[in-house]
Design a protein around this ligand. Structure first.
Ligand code: HEC
Length: 124
């Protein structure tokens, strides 16, 4: 739980540094005559972000949860929480949709919430 925000901060820093480097590169290509940007070449850089590699396993709902919930943060953000009830997970999933914009269909909310509840309650 403590670990994840640090990883996210590191990821943001890596991105910001990369962005700053790109920006100064673009400035070097400003046309002296017009003062306008002259984009001569676009490049794509592959950056390995320190993102969790673990995913949920176990059929259809694992797949939905992986694709919908792990696009912004790692699995640890989901699993390293205090024990929540199924209703509380439904609320949390709804919050991810409405507050943070998680793209998920309405009819997937309960399935994902139930799945996460089961995944995080081993023998409780
Ligand atoms: C569009 C991006 C995005 C998606 C998709 C997303 N989340 Fe999140 N989630 C966030 C952000 C941003 C935070 C807050 C991070 C922080 O506080 O460091 C967060 C935090 C959380 C937390 C920590 C408790 C809290 O409420 O802050 C949990 C649990 C969580 N998400 C679960 C999920 C689940 C389950 C899904 C899939 C239904 C999901 N997230 C999908 C962006 C997203």
């Amino acid at each position: 739980m403590k670990q994840m925000p640090i990883r996210i901060i590191v990821a943001v820093l890596v991105f910001a540094i990369g962005f700053a480097a790109h920006t100064s590169e673009a400035r070097a290509q400003t046309s002296p005559a017009t003062g306008k940007y002259v984009i001569t070449k676009l490049t794509s850089t592959k950056i390995a972000l320190p993102f969790g590699e673990r995913v949920f396993k176990g059929g259809k709902w694992a797949k939905v949860t992986n694709t919908r919930c792990l696009m912004c943060h790692s699995m640890g953000m989901v699993t390293q929480q205090p024990p929540l009830t199924p209703a509380a997970w439904t609320k949390e999933v709804q919050k991810m949709r409405t507050v943070y914009g998680c793209p998920m269909r309405d009819d997937q909310v309960d399935g994902v919430a139930q799945f996460i509840f089961k995944e995080t309650h081993h023998g409780h």
